[in-house]
Design a protein around this ligand. Structure first.
Ligand code: DAT
Length: 179
């Protein structure tokens, strides 16, 4: 399906707080092909694509079937950035590039504390980052050559990561004979 798309699907994933939304926002500005940023967590809330809200964990239990139905037409068309803390539910055929953002766990802890997450949620996410949960998930769900692990600790990382994704998009265009 990827070959029929005129614009790519870029998945930006990583533990909460690693910088997905910050990267997606900058990528929208810098991309040579117009890209729509889909913050999947926000979409789930806006469109009610969940089964329940867990007060204790302050998180939604997503209705995966509803979410996939909502995203399918957008993914088929391409030109989107899927920004979410997990990626394995997205079918392999959707993905052109999967970026996994990584962050030192002490820095991540500070970022999550600023969000006023419950302590157990900070701990769980911190542990997931140390255990490379999202990276493992991406590597086991998509071909190795489309999965890229990038550090996201400082502003220089953000800029160089987005520049790298822009180069990848330019190469993607060239491969398809687009100007
Ligand atoms: P996510 O969407 O993964 O939950 P975010 O983009 O909201 O993360 O970023 C969380 C906070 O960390 C936010 O205050 C911006 C900051 N941040 C993220 N990546 C950064 C980077 N590479 N350099 C500096 N600050 C960063």
């Amino acid at each position: 399906m990827s070959s029929s798309r005129k614009a790519p699907v870029v998945i930006i994933t990583g533990t909460p707080g690693t910088g997905k939304t910050t990267h997606a926002d900058l990528l929208v500005q810098e991309s040579p092909i117009p890209l729509k940023h889909i913050n999947v967590g926000e979409l789930v809330k806006e469109k009610g694509l969940y089964e329940e809200y867990d007060e204790d964990w302050q998180s939604y239990t997503v209705d995966e079937d509803k979410l996939l139905d909502e995203l399918e037409p957008l993914a088929s068309q391409g030109g989107i950035i899927l920004d979410w803390h997990t990626c394995e539910i997205f079918p392999e055929r959707w993905a052109d590039l999967v970026v996994v953002l990584r962050c030192d766990h002490t820095k991540l802890w500070d970022r999550l504390e600023k969000r006023a997450y419950p302590l157990k949620k900070i701990q769980e996410n911190n542990e997931a980052e140390i255990m490379e949960v999202v990276l493992d998930e991406a590597r086991s769900s998509y071909p190795q050559e489309i999965v890229v692990e990038l550090q996201s600790e400082a502003t220089e990382d953000l800029e160089s990561n987005v520049a790298r994704i822009v180069q990848w998009i330019e190469a993607w265009q060239k491969d398809r004979g687009q100007p």
